[in-house]
Design a binder for this molecule. Structure first.
Ligand SMILES: Nc1ncnc2c1ncn2[C@@H]1O[C@H](COP(=O)(O)OP(=O)(O)OP(=O)(O)O)[C@@H](O)[C@H]1O
Ligand SMILES: [Mg+2]
Length: 374
């Protein structure tokens, strides 16, 4: 078990030993953590003592009482920030004034617990600060390893899933309380909205899973003769419901069969993403053409649309993770900004390349060139 060091800075011995008792039996775990996190608690009775300990045996978290005999808790917090010590701070305060809370938060305290607190209040605050610390360290580590993507996986997942989950819970509660009466029809719209949220979450989770699998090399690749026309058809069918809604016509231009040596699943992810974008960012009554060609022994996949197009300045950023281009037409379109970054990673596996031609207001062409065996 990983242990975090917690320094309790309080002049009341009863509070110090109380916190020690509560935290020494407490652990925090999340599904995405390899192991639980526990706490090693040690104590200081004054701010001056605490500062000495910061240098001799620095804690991960400091629980700072605001009202200390000499130097006050806020001053200790200021000292931590001024010296850029890597210590997360939670204020404990007997006068839970808003003013003090605002001040401490502005200086950089992560949270505060008002005295007197119950064991449960302390535990839940510790849980929050621990999660925050964990994600922060994960970022630092991942940045160092150049694997920011995995951190984003965690943070995006935890952030992005919170809102839809809350809203689904909200709809369910309204139904539970029969807020719109006893007729099930009265709830149709809520049910539709809840289902739409669930779909959104599923897409996000699937996208993120694809990305981490590709990233960590865990995805098994199976190179075999694959008929791309068949895959293009599957992808167009997947986008069928949305294409019907948008009255967008999807066409495939290719010879009857187009066999290449590739991983079928990877090809499907590439085509799914390009075709889904071409439909999503299209106009009502527009068109999508998926062309499969061979030029100089290289496979060319072109997905052309008659959609809203992409401003030239935004094209270089398109393939980065979580990039979504802000345009008034895309405001209401759901997406996580991951599709094209996944496409780019897959193409790199084949030593291929992708380029974009776009005319804002008229449409775009995404062109993939893959040196696969044809
Ligand atoms: N064919 C297109 N026409 C116009 N804009 C596009 C097109 N394809 C992509 N874009 C723009 O590029 C951004 C990134 O696309 P990407 O596929 O990576 O993410 P997304 O579609 O927003 O979300 P998702 O992860 O669900 O695919 C989109 O948000 C959109 O603004
Ligand atoms: Mg997309």
């Amino acid at each position: 078990m990983e242990m975090l060091k917690v320094l309790v800075v309080d002049d009341e011995p009863g509070i110090r030993s109380g916190i020690d008792r509560i935290l020494s039996k407490f652990t925090v775990g999340y599904p995405f953590m390899d192991e639980d996190i526990g706490y090693t608690v040690y104590e200081a009775s004054t701010g001056e003592d605490a500062i000495r300990i910061f240098h001799e045996n620095p804690p991960d978290i400091a629980l700072l009482d605001n009202k200390l005999p000499g130097m006050g808790g806020v001053e200790v917090l200021e000292y931590i920030k001024r010296n850029q010590l890597n210590i997360e701070v939670m204020m404990i305060t007997s006068f839970a004034s808003l003013e003090l809370a605002v001040k401490a938060t502005n200086i950089g305290a992560y949270d505060f617990v008002p005295k007197p607190f119950t064991p449960q209040e302390l535990r839940s605050s510790m849980e929050n600060i621990t999660k925050h610390l964990f994600l922060k360290r994960m970022t630092q580590k991942m940045n160092k390893e150049g694997k920011q993507i995995r951190f984003q996986f965690l943070s995006v997942l935890s952030h992005e899933l919170k809102n839809p989950l809350n809203s689904i819970e909200g709809y369910l509660r309204m139904m539970q309380e029969r807020q719109a009466g006893d007729q099930i029809e009265s709830y149709d719209e809520m049910i539709d909205r809840a289902i739409a949220r669930i779909k959104g979450m599923r897409v996000l989770i699937m996208d993120l899973l694809d990305l981490t699998k590709i990233e960590s090399g865990k995805k098994n690749r199976e190179m075999q003769l694959t008929d791309l026309v068949k895959i293009a058809r599957i992808s167009s069918e997947t986008m069928g419901p949305m294409a019907i809604q948008m009255e967008v016509d999807i066409r495939i231009e290719s010879q009857e069969e187009f066999f290449v040596m590739a991983d079928a699943e990877e090809m499907e992810i590439i085509l799914n993403n390009l075709i889904s974008n071409a439909v999503k960012y299209n106009k009502i009554g527009g068109m999508v053409i998926c062309r499969l060609k061979e030029i100089n022994k290289k496979l060319i996949i072109e997905v052309e649309d008659t959609g809203i197009g992409i401003p030239e300045d935004d094209i270089p950023t398109l393939f980065r993770e979580f990039v979504r281009i802000r345009q008034k037409e895309t405001k209401h379109i759901m997406g996580s900004g991951l599709g094209l970054s996944i496409v780019k990673r897959l193409i790199a596996l084949y030593d291929g390349s992708i380029e974009v031609e776009s005319h804002p207001g008229e449409g775009s062409i995404f062109r993939v060139v893959l040196p696969v065996i044809i």
